[in-house]
Design a protein around this ligand. Structure first.
Ligand code: KIV
Length: 299
């Protein structure tokens, strides 16, 4: 999974893309995988240049960017729009498109068509679907259609109403056994990696030990092959407190709020724009000459 001939981030240099087989092989190679969500081009570019392995265009787009209060309302069109933006910012990382609610639950034909759109129209290299063994047949059908699939078990946000809220899963022994069986069924069906969300560390460990594909944890403890965080949790952006499992590496709420407050103050005080922030043109310049230069001119 090393870039060839370049460090991630050196502009213009050739970069070897991370592939699905690279991810599958990471575990045997003893490499801890790093995945983050991304929803737009400039953020994807920064995270890619920083060296993340996988960028997930998560259906958490719904809550983190589009202002919905769960992941359920986000549509295929919205997901594709943001996937294309992310792909435009990425040179190295594997981009995975997250199948939104009702894009795959309504039957194989719908699922293949929608998953295929992530690859064909969105430019992603793989898709992620939520659910355990009852998705195994669907995983096979997608792979038959040449679409690599990442699985997702545990706290699956699209099942929020069935779970009765966003509840940690796998607290009881029988629940852990069910999760392990789910993970094995998905592995047998051909997934290349498995997200484990919202479960006690012991459950994350039991699942990781039961399968050979890499597991990527979010609130699933330290024994997973890799870790994923939602970008907004990583950088402290958005409403509400961070979930217990998230580590905040920055406080963008404060940085952005403070920038906006300083700008408001400067405009109201007459301190913005300054001499250095204005264009000047000779007063005698004929209007037509200025107009001909068109938009975006600089002097
Ligand atoms: O949509 C998302 O952000 C996810 C991650 C929590 C894995 O599915």
């Amino acid at each position: 999974m090393q870039p060839t001939g370049a460090t991630p981030g050196s502009p213009g240099a050739p970069v070897r893309k991370v592939t699905v087989p690279d991810i599958r092989a990471a575990r045997a190679g003893g490499r801890r995988l790093v995945m983050l969500t991304a929803y737009d081009c400039p953020t994807a570019r920064l995270l890619d240049e920083a060296g993340v392995d996988i960028l997930l265009v998560g259906d958490s787009l719904a809550n983190n960017v589009l202002g919905y209060d769960s992941t359920l309302p986000v549509t295929m069109e919205e997901m594709l729009h943001h996937t294309r933006a992310v792909v435009r910012g990425v040179r190295r990382a594997l981009v995975v498109g997250d199948m939104p609610y009702l894009s795959y639950q309504t039957g194989r034909r719908d699922a293949i068509r929608n998953a295929g759109r992530f690859l064909k129209e969105g430019g992603a290299a793989a898709v992620k679907i939520e659910g355990g063994r009852r998705r195994a047949g669907l995983v096979r059908a997608l792979i038959d259609a040449e679409i690599p699939v990442m699985g997702h078990v545990g706290l699956t946000p699209q099942s929020v109403h069935l779970m009765g809220g966003y509840r940690v899963q796998g607290k009881r022994r029988d629940e852990v056994r069910t999760l392990v069986d789910d993970a094995r069924a998905l592995e047998e069906a051909g997934i290349f990696a498995l997200v484990l969300e919202g479960m006690p560390e012991a459950a994350g460990q039991a699942i990781t030990e039961a399968v050979t594909v890499p597991t990527i944890g979010i609130g699933a403890g330290r024994h997973c092959t890799g870790q994923v965080l939602v970008f907004h949790d990583l950088v402290g952006l958005g409403a509400g407190p961070a979930p217990r499992f998230a580590r905040r590496y920055a406080d963008l709420n404060e940085i952005i709020g403070s920038a906006a407050r300083r700008f408001i103050q400067d405009v109201r005080d007459g301190g913005f724009p300054s001499e250095a922030e204005i264009y000047t043109a000779p007063v005698s310049a004929p209007r037509a000459a200025v107009a001909r230069r068109g938009p975006g001119w600089r002097s």
